[in-house]
Design a protein. Structure first.
Lengths: 493, 493
């Protein structure tokens, strides 16, 4: 913890981070796993207190925060399990062949951690994407040391979680500076951390403006580093006619809940609802409107986000062609957001880039297309997204195969007849997508493969067995899955 | 083929590349594999002619070019085998759990190709890193369409190889524009290709200046794209005392050959030879000098590279503290490079950044350290490398464990008692390394995993089996290795 952050203190933080990394990376995976589990245990011990502090700082309801805390400890344990199993290092062995001309050397490859990394806490997930969140958990699992920049919107929560981490550091006997915590609301701190010569990578979840600023800092370095920023997405949903003719009521309920979940403060909030003009889409929008009327305004994370919602919503509602379909019938009190569904013709949508901007909150825009061609044009006009949702029957899938194919290219996660909110934490999750959804579509920030962001492969050529790392030794003492002479196996070589 | 390249033609090339991609990506892996094999066959048919043209354009000896052509067809076939096996797509399945609260959806993940990519031919590998080289082969294997920018130093070779690709396109019935070829020596063409909105990624092997220019273009785009540039490396080799006391003669022969192989025109050429002052290192350098004296000057790739070698060598030899250890005893004729070994004290090396610059050609600098501490300082002063070589006995490995550990952090490939030249094409190879060796240390440009540069993961949520891609279908019709509920298996689900 640091109250006054200067270039001098940043430098000593990063020096400490590197010293810790040099020791921490040498620990066997079981030790690192025990550390992750200890963090989970220490957080669990403080559950009541942490949830209360976070509730005070973020206005998120206790039930949601309890769920998010469970997700957070679950993530830590998931990465512990992953590294205890061990195959994530992608071990690969090509044995020597002295009979070949020229002789083939022995070559062995595995992933190793990048070094000391920076994790920026996110405002909308005070636990799961903050101090001990997914970025921290995956980076620690990989063997990196972590400097957390706590989010200024929940400083007490961040610090309380960091205290739990510090207890775990002591209990697990990992190096004292394996995780450090830096506070402060100035952008200069983030800039100094990203630009520091000892920083090797950056994890961030937040706004497009914030993410691109970090990318710019990283690009300005003498030695550029990767920035994994999850930035913005309007998560298009296409409602096809056949399903609307059959399931309009249940879809309206599903999407009213998805648009307003957590006051709309999710990266995967469905911001654009596309459909083809006609009775089916009209009926659906009318039912959706009825559901939205009933949703009570909810308190947002902090006043800045609430003001931003009000302003960007006002600006959106002011655009030519936009019509309000429905809004909460109750009035919003201080710091509360009232849900709004608006609609626009595809023609107007296509002629005004403003309609594609993210309004962070419980707002969604229905885009009414004249026909399939116009629907295709609308989808083609979109930039990279986290999710792309298909609401369709089998008949729709067949009638609109070309539109469906296009939907597959837009995002990291493609959903069929599910709402995009709710991001499952598992091996098959992709929480990522083409720019500007994230800065690097080849990685996910949720799920086990999030660990891959913090590692690089090294190849060891002509090493004797006794000096090889355990993952690459002939006997396969870690019993991991390896690619040996192009065959996947857990056998010894 | 295009003689006059304009923005208009670049635009139509990229439009064609996207149209081809949209069809090509849908082909089953066996079809793509057959295409790669057809390219290899068509190149093999033209072997005599291709080797002759390349010899004329690059001055590389026929034996080397024959070997490089075999490597090139071998790479194409290797990627064909990889995609026929199919597990490279990292398929992952997490099954639904309706008993959980909330219910867990069915989630399935796999890698999909990025789109239309640009491959820049390299001057020093007219076959293996050019028109049908490793970048093209891996990109085509992934399912991307490719636009090759032929290297202006070997235009006829590039075009002749492209003709072989065109025959393979016809034979395999893949879309006509799956591979396109753009010629021209102007940098504007490269800039226009990298900046074109339809370009999704870039592969490059060449100079630091060239690579960083491409990165800058990519960064200037509205939608940034990855640039995989392999740029420069001086490939440090540390000779430890015990091995020098025993193996000086054989090491001198090994490194005289490595420094001068292919007129020193390899990315992995050992440019810095570090050792600790003393009789052992003196003897080794003297033996190395005797070997270097005997090496005849060799013709370089083209006059530009030869002039650049002469100029950068002259500038290097002019630096304070540098001493020439040995050079070829025969004089270099036109376009030929004479081998040179120089030496410098670690003190001078550490005080002059110039000594760390790459001299592309048969030159290497011995750095004489007073002691272990100074050796560590020299290694710490180096930036990212492709290779880091340890020449040591077991006693050295034990006596110098801290220096060895440092050597592991410098590069993508760490060698023990091997010369760094000679890059094996296999699954365990890492031809890559921390910046500026490459722009992205997480990927390799040689070996099967080079395919990962051209793909991104997508997650399909709640899809019915009949509309899932083959790699993710319940029955596992491709019989690939998949991660199913966190267990690796080829079983159906």
């Amino acid at each position: 913890m640091m109250q006054e952050v200067t270039d001098f203190t940043i430098d000593s933080v990063m020096q400490n981070a590197v010293s810790a990394f040099d020791e921490y990376k040498k620990l066997p995976p079981v030790k690192r796993a025990a550390f992750l589990e200890a963090i989970a245990d220490e957080i669990e011990k403080l559950r009541g207190q942490l949830v209360e502090i976070a509730n005070e700082e973020t206005n998120l309801p206790l039930a949601r925060l309890n769920g998010e805390l469970t997700r957070t400890t679950g993530q830590l344990k998931m990465f512990a399990t992953l590294i205890k199993e061990g195959s994530w290092v992608e071990a690969s062995i090509d044995r020597a062949d002295n009979n070949r001309n020229p002789p083939k050397p022995d070559l062995r490859k595995m992933l190793v951690p990048l070094g000391s990394v920076i994790v920026f806490g996110a405002s909308n997930f005070p636990f799961a994407f903050s101090t001990a969140g997914g970025d921290t958990a995956s980076a620690l699992a990989s063997g990196c040391s972590v400097v957390v920049k706590g989010h200024p919107a929940h400083p007490k929560t961040s610090l309380a979680v960091f205290n739990a981490i510090q207890s775990a550091i002591k209990i697990s006997s990992v190096p004292g500076y394996t995780v450090q915590h830096v506070e402060g609301s100035s952008n200069n701190i983030g800039e100094a951390l990203v630009k520091h010569r000892l920083t090797k990578a950056v994890g961030f979840t937040g706004s497009f403006k914030g993410g691109t600023a970090l990318v710019e800092y990283a690009h300005q370095r003498a030695i550029p580093i990767p920035v994994f920023a999850e930035m913005s997405s309007i998560n298009p949903v296409v409602f096809y006619p056949d399903t609307l003719s059959k399931n309009a009521a249940s879809l309206a309920a599903m999407f009213a809940a998805s648009v307003t979940l957590g006051a709309g403060q999710f990266c995967t909030n469905p911001g654009i609802l596309l459909g083809i003009k006609g009775e089916e889409f009209d009926t659906f929008l009318s039912l959706l409107g009825t559901e939205i009327n009933k949703v009570l305004p909810q308190k947002m994370l902090h006043s800045g986000i609430c003001t931003s919602y009000e302003n960007s919503l006002a600006e959106m509602l002011d655009q030519k062609g936009l019509q309000v379909v429905a809004q909460s019938s109750s009035e919003a009190k201080e710091m509360e957001a009232a849900a709004v569904i608006a609609s626009v013709s595809a023609k107007d949508f296509l002629s005004n880039e403003h309609f594609k901007e993210e309004v962070f909150g419980p707002y969604s825009l229905a885009v009414i297309c004249d026909d399939k061609e116009q629907l295709i044009q609308c989808l083609q006009s979109l930039i990279g997204q986290l999710t792309s949702t298909i609401i369709a029957t089998e008949k729709d899938l067949s009638d609109y195969a070309d539109v469906i194919a296009l939907q597959h290219t837009l995002a990291g996660r493609i959903l069929l007849n599910n709402a995009p909110t709710g991001v499952e934490v598992c091996a098959s999750m992709v929480h990522g997508g083409p720019y500007p959804a994230t800065t690097d579509s080849r990685f996910t920030s949720v799920g086990t493969t999030a660990i891959k962001r913090w590692a690089r492969p090294i190849c060891l050529q002509n090493f004797n067995d006794d000096i090889l790392p355990d993952a690459l030794k002939n006997g396969n003492p870690l019993n991991i899955l390896r690619l040996v002479n192009n065959v996947y196996t857990r056998d010894a070589v």
